[in-house]
Design a protein around this ligand. Structure first.
Ligand code: MTE
Ligand code: HPA
Ligand code: MOS
Length: 860
């Protein structure tokens, strides 16, 4: 939807227009995804209003009703009008860049010879490590060169960048650059790294209870978890314009504009203030562009800086997949003991991850994996270690869930194994162990507040007819030869906050213009998740204006400096709260002005007098803290911003005089004419976080987003092919801001998680070249693979006091519910008399087929 204030009707009244847009929004948001898809999408698409709604217990509760406004880019996406980096028109003297990357996993660079490029008409320049001012970067440890110098440490590491007048010439030039390597010893697996003691960072530990406590039963094993490609549709893209006086304007597909700004500046030898990084939107990031977009921007910026010409670098899908890191592979050794009824007594888990050649975010990812080994379950005695290993793969990086999925896959596998061993239903094992009153302290010492897990388990068990279907499935497996079925109900409890405390801050700039239209700029990057629409919804409901009057600006380090990446699902929490803080300050001034106007004859209003200066200017009393209840109580009026109006009621005349009402846009104009600012900038930080990385204890998260999923699969015994028959999801998102967008995130994340645990297979050759580097060889789920029946519901939960407006973040948590498809496959296989077990992610058709025919001697 376009949101131009120019589309206001002639008399300046926007309510009619807004109404027709609301109707259109409602119509679109109600379109079903497929015939089986059902959801609790709320038909109310009007702006959030204070209203009475029923919660799940049927009680009335006061809450801000969620809207289901469509994504603000929905219509421009489908009509092709959405602007991405590579849609920027080409400048007259623009150069196209191409990268030259290592074709060895580990080697010394003997020479780089570009002499053959010089004969190429249109070739302009080449840069190598020698051209980089500060050739070192890294989001946690600064251990990675921007351009490889002397040695390469992975296949795909960038060695040089060429620029030419056209893309075709740039690509040809890149081919003509001859790099000679002397191969060195390389390490291509976690096992090899362990034996050579090639580690990044020290071993981390989180423990609680008695390490010698043991139950009468035991499950042990080794879980192998492979990585996954992010498969964003827009590969990494950068356009850089050198402006006057060394200023570089960088348009990048980065989840972290501030880091991109910093890495570009350091690479070029500039001050941070000499670089502006602008991000309009991403065609998906999924964590893959959190850190790794920065050096890619630097390649292009270095060329622009050197040649003083606009430069463009757009990676092909294949190159992007070969060069950039994936979800970290993990190997986990576990030993879990439990009682006769399945209650866990102890868990000992040793986690190893493959970081690839450089640290990137791997140590933080390992930490989150360790913090999620409990998932939804109370484990009294627990001893977890984590060690990041260095190999010669591309540096692995953030991916939706950020380590969480690995910890959760482990404990959910253990639930299945316990169930098999003591012959009870795995759901009973889960319910026996779930966090519940008196058993609600995590292994890192944080209480699970607002714990919805018991009611989530109970509701979904009923709603998906778990017991009846369990019986049907057992009957099916006994009576059918060609396929077997499995059913599994797993949970997620995902910690919301960056575990690195200083990242939990944000800032926002809000400009209100004289026609009442609003611009908001924050550090949040729109990558499809709908952060812009969520923040716009919050702002519009707070100002009582239609959401279409709120325009979200591109993310720019020029307006919002020192921002955090849009990651850890916290985009709306951090940036939305900052925007609301700014709005609160503006509202305070507007309310005071409205109260004064209500007592001022209209002839003396600024709009009548300011031009000629015929009346004294309205002055506001010194600012008060809008958060202070004490001061609020002292105000002798109430002010409400609603339906495009600002309404003032004076306490003294509440029964004698009608309320004073003024149009929001008129009030803004009066404010301007009285020289009162209607723009504001605010900074926000999340309080009360206190996780100590050394002791592994403390308040790691602000709150937990929770959910449960029941997945049913059917597996062909002859091919190992998996069909996901039915999935039921119940999510707790507190009070959602936009239910339609949230349900989109839940379904998308689930399907992405499902792809990771089933078909997405990364195959490398011996040199670490990713062979599955295109859509034809790397199998993400398509529409045929999505669940045949897919029911997604949100529960009502007004109890999340930790976060503003009682909302809960949605971006990553539902990905971890995709694990239920994998445990359902495990469940299906365990129905065989041999109790077949996989212990490997992904469970591709091939892996399943081999597991189903152990007698044939195929190895997984
Ligand atoms: N949804 C879409 N459509 N595209 C994306 O790239 N990234 C995910 C999630 N949902 C992503 C997405 C990841 S990894 C995160 S951390 C969050 O969105 C980030 O945005 P948020 O903090 O605004 O939820
Ligand atoms: N999640 C995502 N990105 C991050 C985190 C995290 O917890 N910490 C640092 N970068
Ligand atoms: Mo998301 S993996 O935190 O970008």
């Amino acid at each position: 939807m376009t949101t131009s204030p120019n589309t206001k009707s002639a008399d300046g009244d926007c309510s009619e227009l807004a109404e027709s847009r609301r109707k259109e929004a409602k119509r679109r948001s109600l379109r079903p995804v497929n015939e089986h898809f059902s959801s609790t999408i709320n038909a109310e698409s009007a702006n959030s209003k204070q209203s009475l709604v029923k919660n799940s217990k049927g009680q009335n509760s006061r809450q801000t009703k969620a809207t289901s406004q469509p994504h603000d880019s929905a219509s421009t996406h489908v009509s092709g009008l959405s602007e991405y980096v590579d849609d920027r028109p080409e400048m007259q003297n623009e150069l196209h860049c191409a990268v030259i990357y290592s074709t060895e996993a580990h080697a010394r660079i003997l020479s780089i010879d570009a002499s053959e490029c010089n004969t190429l008409d249109g070739f302009v320049d080449i840069i190598t490590a020698a051209d980089v001012h500060h050739n070192c970067w890294g989001p946690i440890f600064k251990d990675q060169p921007i351009l490889a110098k002397d040695v390469v440490q992975y296949y795909g590491e960038i060695v040089a960048v060429v620029a030419a007048k056209t893309l075709a010439i740039a690509k040809l030039a890149a081919k003509r650059v001859k790099v000679c390597y002397e191969p060195l010893d390389c390490t291509m697996s976690i096992q090899e790294a362990i034996s050579k003691r090639l580690f990044i960072g020290g071993e981390r530990k989180i423990q609680r209870g008695d390490p010698y406590a043991k139950g009468p039963h035991q499950v042990t094993g080794k879980l192998i978890i492979q990585g996954a490609d992010h498969f964003y549709l827009e590969s990494n893209a950068v356009v850089v314009y050198p402006r006057e006086n060394r200023l570089l304007e960088v348009h990048s597909s980065s989840q972290h504009p501030t880091e991109t700004q910093h890495v570009v500046a350091e690479a070029c030898g500039l001050a941070f203030s000499d670089v502006i990084c602008i991000v309009k939107r991403l065609g998906g990031g999924f964590g893959g562009k959190e850190s790794q977009a920065a050096p890619i921007a630097a390649y292009c910026a270095l060329m622009a800086h050197k040649t003083n010409r606009p430069c463009r670098l757009i990676l092909t899908k294949d190159d992007d997949m070969i060069i950039t890191g994936k979800r970290n592979p993990f190997e986990i050794f576990y030993d879990c003991t439990f009682q006769d009824d399945g209650a866990i007594i102890s868990l000992d888990a040793k986690l190893y991850s493959d970081a690839g050649a450089y640290a990137d975010l791997s140590t933080a990812i390992m930490e989150r994996a360790m913090l999620h080994c409990d998932n939804a379950y109370f484990i009294p005695n627990i001893f977890i270690t984590g060690q990041v290993c260095k190999t010669n793969h591309h540096p692995h990086t953030a991916f939706r869930g950020f380590g969480g999925p690995k910890g959760v896959a482990l404990i959910e596998l253990i639930m299945e194994k316990i169930a098999i061993q003591i012959s009870i239903d795995a759901l009973n094992v889960r319910k026996r162990n779930m966090y519940r009153p008196s058993f609600d302290i995590t292994h890192y010492g944080q209480r699970v507040e607002n714990n919805m897990l018991p009611s989530l388990f109970e509701s979904l068990e009923k709603e998906c007819h778990y017991k009846a279907r369990r019986k049907e499935i057992s009957d099916w497996n006994r009576s059918h030869q060609s396929t077997i079925k499995g059913l599994s109900l797993t949970a997620v409890k995902f910690g919301i906050s960056f575990t690195t405390r200083f990242l939990n801050q944000g800032n926002a700039l809000v400009n209100i213009h004289r026609d009442g239209s609003v611009q908001v700029s924050t550090g949040a990057v729109e990558m499809g998740q709908g952060v812009n629409q969520r923040i716009a919804t919050l702002v519009s409901s707070e100002l009582g204006v239609p959401v279409d009057l709120v325009r979200m600006l591109s993310t720019s380090t020029e307006r919002n400096a020192n921002t955090s990446p849009t990651a850890a699902s916290s985009g709306t929490d951090i940036n939305g709260a900052a925007a609301l803080k700014a709005i609160g300050l503006i509202k305070e001034r507007l309310a005071k002005l409205a109260a004064i106007l209500s007592k001022t004859p209209k002839e003396q209003w600024p709009s009548q007098t300011a031009g000629l200066g015929t009346a004294p200017e309205i002055e506001l009393a010194s600012p008060i803290n809008p958060e202070s209840k004490e001061l609020k109580n002292k105000l002798d009026y109430e002010c409400l911003f609603s339906d495009g109006q600002v309404i003032v009621r004076h306490h003294s005349s509440i029964n004698t005089q009608p309320a004073f009402s003024i149009k929001f846009s008129d009030l803004v104009n009066e404010a301007y004419l009285s020289r009162i600012s209607v723009c504001e900038y605010s900074h926000f930080k999340i309080e009360n976080l206190g996780f100590n990385k050394i002791t592994g204890q403390g308040q790691a998260f602000l709150y937990f987003t929770q959910g449960v999923a029941a997945s049913e699969v059917e597996i062909c015994r002859y091919t190992g092919d998996v069909k996901v028959r039915r999935v039921d999801i119940l999510m707790d998102l507190g009070r959602p801001i936009n239910e339609a967008l949230d349900i989109g995130q839940v379904t998308g994340a689930f399907v992405q998680g499902m792809g990771w645990v089933t078909t997405e297979n990364l195959v490398y050759n011996k040199k670490g070249l990713l062979l599955t580097h295109s859509p034809s060889t790397y199998k993400i789920p398509n529409i045929q693979d999505t669940p045949r029946e897919f029911n997604v519901h949100l529960i009502d939960n007004d109890g999340n006091q930790a976060n503003f407006k009682g909302t809960k973040a949605v971006g990553e948590p539902p990905l971890l519910l995709g694990i239920s498809v994998w445990t359902a496959i495990q469940n299906a296989l365990s129905s065989s008399p041999k109790h077949l077990q996989l212990e490997k992610i992904p469970a591709t058709n091939e892996v399943i087929l081999r597991a189903m025919h152990p007698d044939l001697g195929w190895t997984i």
